[in-house]
Design a protein around this ligand. Structure first.
Ligand SMILES: NC(=O)c1ccc[n+]([C@@H]2O[C@H](COP(=O)([O-])OP(=O)(O)OC[C@H]3O[C@@H](n4cnc5c(N)ncnc54)[C@H](O)[C@@H]3O)[C@@H](O)[C@H]2O)c1
Ligand SMILES: [Zn+2]
Ligand SMILES: [Zn+2]
Length: 351
C-alpha cells in the first residue's frame, strides 16, 4: 500500500510500504477513507519531535472503514465506519480510569503516552492503519455524519474544547479571548458557546483567519499586529480584562499577552505547544487570583461532540479548506505547509 513516510527532518515520501497486520487480539485494521494533516505533522517534519524516527508513517487523524478485527475486539465489526481518535487508550490503566488517556500507561508505543499514531507507531496518512485497543480508540460513526465533519473529531475539535474551553472553565456570560485563530483556536471559538460565553474575541495577525473566526462564532476580532490592540480588548470588558484567555499559538509573546489580558479571578488556558521557556511574571500575577492551566488533548469528549455534530449543533466540516486524493498527499503537504499564502486551513485527503 501507499503511505506518507517520514525520512528525517525535511524529508518525506508517498511510497510503498507493507500493509499493516493485526498484532494483538485487541487490534483492528482500518481502511482510511479520509485523513488530514495537523500542525503537529509540520513540527515533526521540521525535526521538532525527535521520538519520530526515519521510516514512520505519519498522521493521527482519520475516518475509515474496518476491514479486519482481532479476536479480542468486542464492540466493532468489519464494515463499521469509524472515527480514529488521535489518542490510543487501553481503557483500564490508572490514567485511562481518571479520564486522562493522553497519559495511557499501556506499553504499545511508550507507557505514559497516549498519542502514539504517527508518532511512536505507524499512522493514518496511508491506505490502511492498525489501531491498537480498538474498542477504546475508535468511535462508530452514526448515519448522517459526513466524513469531513467526523474528521475534525479525531483531534482538533476535542483539543479546542478540552484544553481551551473546559480547562478555561468558561461560564455563562464570560468574555473569552482566544489568541491564535488556527484550527485549534477556531475549535475553541466554535465550542465556547456551549458554555454560554457572551463575547468571544478572536485575536490573530492574519485577517483571513479572523474572518473565518467570525463565521464560526467569534463576536469580535482583533488584529494583534496593530499597536494598542490590547486596549481594544479591554474596551470590550469593564476595563479589567477578559474572564478567560486561551493561548492557541505556542510562543512566549502570546502566552504573555494572555496573562496581561486576564482579569482578577480569571483563567489562562494554554493550548499551544511551546518550544522555549516563557517568563512567568508572578510579581504581577500573584495578587490577581488567576488560574493557569495546561493540557494535552485526551479526546474523551469526542462522543459528546459527535452527538452535537450529528444534531447539526456544530458544523466542523466548515474547517475544510482544501480537498485532495490520497495519491496527492505530497501536494497536500506542500499546500498546508504554505498556509499563509494558500489560505489552507484543514485538508480533507480522501481515497
Ligand atoms: N495541547 C494540545 O493538546 C494541542 C493539540 C494540538 C495542537 N496544539 C498546539 O496548538 C497550537 C495551535 O495549533 P494550530 O494547528 O491552530 O496552529 P496554526 O499554526 O495553524 O495556527 C496558529 C495561528 O496563530 C497565529 N499567530 C502566529 N503568531 C501570532 C502572534 N504573535 N499573535 C497572534 N496570532 C499569531 C497564526 O496566524 C495562526 O492563525 C500549536 O502550538 C499546536 O502545536 C496543542
Ligand atoms: Zn494533531
Ligand atoms: Zn490506559
Amino acid at each position: 500500500m501507499k503511505a506518507l513516510v517520514y525520512h528525517g527532518p525535511g524529508e518525506r515520501a508517498w511510497e510503498d510500504v507493507p500493509e499493516p497486520q493485526l498484532q494483538q487480539p485487541t487490534d483492528v485494521i482500518v481502511q482510511v477513507d479520509t485523513t488530514t494533516i495537523c500542525g503537529t505533522d509540520l513540527h515533526i517534519m521540521k525535526g521538532d519531535v525527535p521520538a519520530v524516527t526515519d521510516g514512520r508513517v505519519l498522521g493521527h487523524e482519520g475516518v475509515g472503514t474496518i476491514t479486519e478485527v482481532g479476536d479480542g475486539v468486542k464492540t466493532l465489526v468489519v464494515g463499521d465506519r469509524v472515527i480514529i481518535s488521535c489518542i490510543t487508550s487501553c481503557g483500564s490503566c490508572s490514567y485511562c480510569r481518571q479520564q486522562l488517556p493522553s497519559h495511557c500507561l499501556d506499553d504499545e508505543g511508550t507507557a505514559g503516552i497516549g498519542w502514539i499514531l504517527g508518532h511512536l507507531i505507524d499512522g493514518t496518512q496511508a491506505e490502511y492503519v492498525r489501531i491498537p485497543h480498538a474498542d477504546n480508540s475508535l468511535h462508530k460513526l452514526p448515519e448522517g455524519v459526513d466524513d469531513e465533519s467526523a474528521l475534525m473529531l479525531s483531534d482538533i475539535l476535542p483539543t479546542g474544547f478540552e484544553i481551551g474551553v473546559r480547562n478555561g472553565r468558561v461560564k455563562p456570560g464570560d468574555v473569552v479571548a482566544v489568541i491564535g485563530a488556527g484550527p485549534v483556536g477556531l475549535s475553541v471559538i466554535a465550542t465556547t458557546g456551549l458554555y454560554g460565553a457572551s463575547r468571544i474575541v478572536a485575536i490573530d495577525l492574519d485577517d483571513n483567519r479572523l474572518e473565518l473566526a467570525r463565521s464560526l462564532g467569534a463576536t469580535d476580532t482583533v488584529n494583534s499586529g496593530e499597536a494598542g490592540w490590547q486596549d481594544d480588548v479591554y474596551a470590550m470588558t469593564d476595563g479589567y480584562g477578559v474572564d478567560v484567555a486561551v493561548e492557541a499559538v505556542g510562543i512566549p509573546a502570546t502566552f504573555d499577552a494572555c496573562t496581561e489580558l486576564i482579569r482578577p479571578g480569571g483563567t489562562v488556558a494554554n493550548v499551544g505547544v511551546h518550544g522555549t521557556s516563557v517568563e512567568l511574571k508572578l510579581q504581577d500575577l500573584w495578587i490577581k487570583d488567576v488560574t493557569i492551566t495546561t493540557g494535552l488533548v485526551s479526546a474523551t469528549t469526542t462522543p459528546m461532540l459527535l452527538k452535537l455534530v450529528a444534531q447539526h449543533k456544530l458544523a466542523p466540516g466548515r474547517f475544510v479548506s482544501h480537498r485532495y486524493d490520497l495519491d496527492a498527499m505530497m501536494e497536500a503537504y506542500d499546500t498546508f505547509g504554505r498556509a499563509a499564502e494558500t489560505q489552507a486551513f484543514k485538508m480533507a485527503i480522501s481515497r
